[in-house]
Write a protein that binds this ligand. Sequence first.
Ligand code: CU
Length: 151
Amino acid sequence: MVSIRGPLLGAIALLVASTPGAVSTASAATLQMVIVPEEDRFTPFHLTVHVGDTVQFVNNDEDDHTVVTDEKLNTLGLRINQKLVGLEHNNDQPGTLDFTFDSPGTVVYYCRFHSHLDRKHQPVAPGPRGGIESRKGNFGTPMMGVITVEP
Ligand SMILES: [Cu+2]
């Protein structure tokens, strides 16, 4: 289910090769995933990782989404604003984005296509009927998530 590719796989292979016979309990960096299923949400909503871990966002939806974090919404001072392409614009392959966190903290992120912030840069809370609502109607549940980076 979890696929490991590229330099991370190389690093793990090197680690295993250099410790023959040893049971690997080394704290190698791990890869965790946030999936966009075939609907407008990130799952899991909350993910706990450790410093040095890589979080890979995988978009299994037809539509494009985004991973956006405002530096006011996280304790790491991160400003991310990247498109996570969907199957429709990526030859039927899930689009991916990788982020490696190098310090502890909390990151709140959202999709700017499917969520919005108020004038004070706060996510607008779901309305009583489960979505973002205004006098013009219900615009759906905000698409967002939280990553806690532990030391
Ligand atoms: Cu989206």
